[in-house]
Design a protein around this ligand. Sequence first.
Ligand SMILES: NC(=O)c1ccc[n+]([C@@H]2O[C@H](COP(=O)([O-])OP(=O)(O)OC[C@H]3O[C@@H](n4cnc5c(N)ncnc54)[C@H](O)[C@@H]3O)[C@@H](O)[C@H]2O)c1
Length: 441
Amino acid sequence: MKIAIFGTGYVGLVTGACLAQVGHNVCCVDVDKDKVASLRAGVIPIYEPGLKDVVEHAVAEGRLSFTTDAREAVDHGEVIFIAVGTPPDEDGSADLRYVLAVGKTVAEHMQDYRLVVTKSTVPVGTADKVKSAMTEVLEARAATIAFDVASNPEFLKEGAAVSDFMKPDRIVVGTDSPRVEKLMRELYAPFNRNHDKLIFTDVRSSELTKYAANALLATKISFMNELANIAEKVGADIEQVRQGIGSDPRIGYHFIYPGCGYGGSCFPKDVKALVKTAEDLSYAPQLLSAVDAVNDRQKERLFQKLRIRFGDDLTGKTIALWGLAFKPNTDDMREAPSRTLMEALWAAGAKVRAFDPEALHEAERLYGDRDDLQLCSSAFEVLDGADALVICTEWQQFRSPDFAEIKQRLTHAVIVDGRNLYDPALMAEKGIEYFSIGRGR
Ligand SMILES: NC(=O)c1ccc[n+]([C@@H]2O[C@H](COP(=O)([O-])OP(=O)(O)OC[C@H]3O[C@@H](n4cnc5c(N)ncnc54)[C@H](O)[C@@H]3O)[C@@H](O)[C@H]2O)c1
């Protein structure tokens, strides 16, 4: 099938590349000229395991192209995905300006039937808004052209996006139209061979399903962080509690790791947007508001632990940081706990030396002009002369480091661990002061 994708970010690029990989002919369009130029030159602007190979292969086979020309993309794709950003507005609601702009662009250029599919995470009612925006443009053109707008939220995880897309748990499509159902079945047939993963719902239920999934996952994390803070107060070890509850099949082990808060481009903004949707309809979403508030508080925990150890005035102190990305296997630093920590440290007068296996270039882009941040290209280099090591992201390479070398390089043998990677008893044995989440000191 001929497909167009608007937006070549984490979702759009992965979607385009994977659809091309299974044989569709995909044209990806983005307003960011530099991004398109680099994709055309074979440079993938983001770090996502396996993505480079899939893109290179599909481009070489002639099934994947990149453009800044919206008309070319609209001409090309009978099915057009909207995969542009939906960043939070000042009041927490999702900013729909990019999504609606794409709807209007499609309506300006389309000459015959088009199926527009919202893959961006959008509040309930957005498909109707896209439809209205398109109808307005078509009326202004005095054009009578049939089109449909469907919802197809994306559930991929950054860091495993390609495999998630290629082997989805489920593919949710919101539509009331048999024509759309037929097109979407054809489009997703290559991903649907083992058993039927397609779930057709009405449009609004599909839009809400995405928020429900992210809000539930965020709730599990905030729940465990709340419990971790209580565990510290009562002298229990949250890691033992985690094992104790995870073994219950009704609860399970997934997504119950305590830590320094959730970040990324989805959970924080999606929980806030869902809260706003509910409030706009005069419903007070108490649980969701608490999930968000608990997370904001949790992101401050690492800084609080440093203050407990070193006092309020951190002037002259240097803190070493392992992990800048909001989670492992990505270079994405949107809403990352590392950012909350670094900003608090700078405000308290401290300097930061930081390492991340993939996000250094992103940190350079965000904070490159600061002289109180030194980005280092090796994990051990950041330790030299630092007063403490803080772990923000659980990259695999941090799981079993040479503790003797850490101790030797740090000025004080202090580790503040936001991901509970180490055994407190082992740290005590090695003579390291160890602060973790919900256990230890
Ligand atoms: N990142 C994730 O893990 C993830 C997972 C599921 C869903 N989502 C949702 O998918 C959407 C996209 O997220 P992302 O992380 O890929 O965003 P992103 O910021 O990485 O990419 C968005 C891209 O859209 C482009 N763009 C903006 N306006 C455009 C226009 N008019 N025409 C063409 N391109 C345009 C931007 O230049 C940018 O390259 C969001 O709604 C997000 O909530 C993200």
